[in-house]
Design a protein around this ligand. Structure first.
Ligand code: IMP
Length: 489
């Protein structure tokens, strides 16, 4: 059985070709993008199964773009309170869930787009925590929420919990009611931010509560008694009055931040010299309901394609100058119930898990460690229209252990098989690997210049970027904030 990357291996490791990765990019794609892309626009999303560590890169990009434009629009197009990233504000670490991390930059306005599902109480609490750090009121934050975004409420969290009990385990979710909220859209009874702001909001939300009480009752549970997670701790949904009164407490805040995002975005997108755009994705392509490992997938569209729908047709992926997928450089991690043929066994997986702190940010759940999987990651790069890669954790490499990458899959008879987005199908495959020369990750830690990378790291970057058909944009080389290198000229 032949390895589809054999010729590339020969070019990089035997002929010594680096495909230019030892040099900065020949031109700055943010300044002089190729038509039809708009200058000063970049999208950054997860290229594997989430938790790739792109927050620092967003931070860095905010710093770069703030020098070139009057204002940054940091736009989030998907997901909801299922995301979690830690940011440093002053000397405090803050966990963000619905607010994009770039929105805290002083030159930025954070826009929560139509493609998101919003939990109002958690958003208010998160805004309150951020505002407290910044010394202002939540309504004074530079935050906008599309009034068309769908609400993901305690009712949805309760339904998810009741469904999980009914299914005896379910297919994996964060418990934040994400898929029921998106399902409401297809069932044509969503409640949106604007419904909560309408005069008759009590009737609208009351009908919604009654529907979910019936659905949950049908699953043999009682909505009032179901305990749901929230940023203020676990609590019972309670009766209609309790439900409405919690929501009532968020209305003034939502009134202050809600906008009709389409005209807001359109006016700014038309002025590339004044406004820079950073599209900050949540989750990752490997969690996409169509492309991820079904059924353990999320419900939003985490691909760059999702920006087109969220912006109501204003911004197509090809118009965004850089579409960067973040990946852990030498392995992948996954939290959930999905299983891949590239599952890495201990002791190496345990060593990586400890060295890279691969534990869930909120749950402390150990993440599964996977070998770098070219059939799967190249499929993700293709469906995501990725142009650039952000490679994180370049320091997770050991001089005594080669970097094992999966080059292809076969079935049990040895016939070549592609990645397909389905768990039962993937269970029937065997992964085939090639070992690539490693480097001393500890010695590389903190490197900030391409010239200081060891040749084996450059070869590896040349190999994976060529294999995935994207150029390198940035890499992180350690946990320190400034342990970062860039290919931007
Ligand atoms: P949901 O998004 O809550 O419906 O969860 C669906 C699947 O996506 C579960 O396996 C979650 O663990 C996973 N998931 C959702 N959000 C994230 C994330 O931000 N990082 C990693 N996994 C996630």
């Amino acid at each position: 059985m032949s390895d589809p990357f054999a010729a590339l291996y020969h070019a990089v490791y035997e002929q010594g070709q680096l495909f230019g990765v030892d040099q900065p990019l020949p031109a700055d794609p943010l300044q002089t993008p190729t038509a039809p892309a708009r200058s000063h626009s970049i999208a950054i999303g997860g290229g594997a199964f989430g938790d790739e560590g792109k927050g620092r890169i967003v931070d860095e990009l905010c710093g770069i773009l703030a020098q070139r434009a009057e204002q940054l629009i940091v736009y989030r197009w998907n997901g909801g309170a299922n995301a979690g990233h830690t940011v440093i504000v002053g000397d405090q670490r803050l966990a963000l869930h619905q607010i994009p991390s770039g929105a805290l930059h002083r030159a930025a306005v954070g826009v929560l787009g139509k493609g998101m599902v919003i939990h109002p109480e958690d958003l208010l609490e998160e805004s309150f925590q951020v505002a407290q750090q910044l010394g202002c009121e939540p309504t004074q934050l530079a935050l906008r929420v599309d009034a068309s975004a769908v609400l993901a409420l305690d009712t949805h969290r309760a339904f998810e919990s009741a469904l999980r009990a009914w299914e005896q385990g379910g297919s994996g979710a964060t418990g934040r009611g994400i898929s029921p909220a998106y399902a409401d859209v297809l069932l044509r009874h969503p409640v949106r931010v604007r419904d909560l702001l309408a005069e008759d909001w009590r009737e609208r939300l009351g009908r919604h509560y009654a529907l979910y009480a019936a659905l949950i009752g049908g699953l043999g549970a009682q909505i009032e008694a179901i305990s749901v997670p929230s940023l203020c701790g676990e609590r019972c949904v309670g009766d209609l009055n309790a439900f409405l009164s919690r929501l009532e407490g968020t209305r003034a805040f939502l009134q202050a931040v809600a906008i009709d995002a389409y005209p807001y975005l359109a006016a700014r997108w038309a002025q590339p010299e004044r406004y820079a755009f950073i599209f900050e994705g949540a989750q990752a392509v490997g969690l996409d309901p169509r492309f991820g490992v079904y059924p353990d997938v999320t419900a939003s569209d985490p691909t760059f394609g999702g920006i087109l729908a969220s912006s109501e047709g204003l911004i197509a992926p090809e118009q965004i100058a850089v579409r960067a997928s973040a990946l852990k450089a030498t392995y992948s991690s996954s939290v959930g119930m999905r299983r891949l043929p590239t599952h890495m066994p201990d002791p190496l997986a345990a060593r990586i898990r400890e060295d890279a702190h691969e534990y869930g940010a909120t749950t402390r759940r150990p993440r599964d460690i996977l070998y770098f999987d070219l059939p799967c990651l190249s499929y993700f790069a293709r469906v995501n229209r990725t142009t650039h890669l952000v490679l994180t954790h370049l320091d997770i490499a050991y001089p005594d252990v080669p970097i094992r990458v999966c080059t292809h899959y076969t079935d049990l008879s040895g016939a070549p098989m592609p990645y397909r987005p389905d768990q039962r199908y993937l269970d029937s495959l065997r992964a085939h690997f090639r070992d690539l020369p490693s480097w001393d990750g500890a010695a590389l830690r903190g490197v900030k210049r391409l010239a200081d990378l060891p040749r084996s790291a450059l070869q590896y970057i040349a190999f994976v970027t060529q294999a995935l058909g994207a150029a390198p944009l940035m890499a992180t080389t350690g946990a320190q904030r400034d342990a970062l290198l860039s290919w931007l000229p």
